[in-house]
Design a protein. Structure first.
Length: 251
């Protein structure tokens, strides 16, 4: 699920991707909010709060929300730069290597969460998760051709509304029935994304109550496993028994 790109992907691959990575992206921010009281991936919420703080003159506290948004953007930008560099060098598993990097950084963040105390812990955890969620969301957006995202649900909820409207038109005969299969596939993908995000958020808070920062270690191990599966799959695809195929062919 971290090898095929764009039109080479099918609905099943995208579903597997969102059910795993959206699950992680739901659990970590929810547990972080429970732990330190800040959202690390909801940029709509953070920018709205930033606007409120600026309007009432609370510049210093507003600066932190601005920093969260910047950390998310930097994570997405760095992920994009790595993906572009990997594709220029024909690195077939570049998306999986990005997730591997996320796993390693998340493990370091978990150590910080377990060992640090006071104000610095809050800042490090929130900004660190914002950076990692930006990185992960960029990976999913690029590899799926913007069909899926995992770090937020606003766009997915909008898409569900759109697809339900299209489905109504199809059922009432105002739209082509040939669009029904594609529309249903997209509707299923968006529904599963939100469901995974919601259920993993609940589970994430419950687990954080039980094991605290070790939840980040568990998530890191899961990401590591997903990344290694992707890297292994990329190597098998790139070096088949009959000889290596070109990266262009594989795309």
């Amino acid at each position: 699920m971290l090898v095929q790109q764009g039109t080479a992907r099918n609905p099943r691959i995208d579903l597997n991707l969102v059910c795993t990575l959206a699950g992680i992206a739901g659990a970590l921010p929810a547990s972080a909010f429970y732990s330190v009281g800040f959202f690390s991936a909801n940029m709509t919420c953070n920018v709205s709060i930033l606007s409120d703080h600026i309007a009432i003159g609370q510049w210093l506290s507003g600066l932190f929300y601005f920093t969260i948004a910047v950390a998310f953007i930097i994570g997405a930008s760095l992920s994009t730069l790595l993906i572009n560099a990997g594709r220029r060098r024909n690195i077939q598993g570049i998306y999986a290597y990005n997730i591997l990097g996320e796993a390693i950084l998340l493990a370091l963040l978990a150590i910080a969460d377990l060992c640090m105390l006071g104000t610095w812990r809050v800042s490090v955890v929130v900004l660190g998760l914002a950076f990692l969620m930006g990185l992960q969301n960029a990976v999913v957006t690029r590899i799926s051709g913007a069909r899926a995202r995992t770090a937020h649900v606003s766009g997915m909820a909008t898409d569900i509304g759109i697809k339900l409207g299209i489905a109504f038109d199809i059922l009432s005969g105002r739209a082509r029935e040939t669009d029904a299969v594609f529309n249903l596939s997209k509707l299923r993908l968006h529904f599963y994304t939100i469901a995974a995000f919601l259920l993993s958020g609940i589970l994430g808070v419950l687990l954080y109550q039980a094991i605290t920062g070790w939840l980040l270690i568990v998530a890191s191990m899961l990401l590591f496993f997903i990344a290694m599966m992707g890297i292994s799959s990329a190597r098998r695809t790139f070096w088949p028994c009959g000889g290596a195929r070109s990266y262009v062919e594989l795309r």
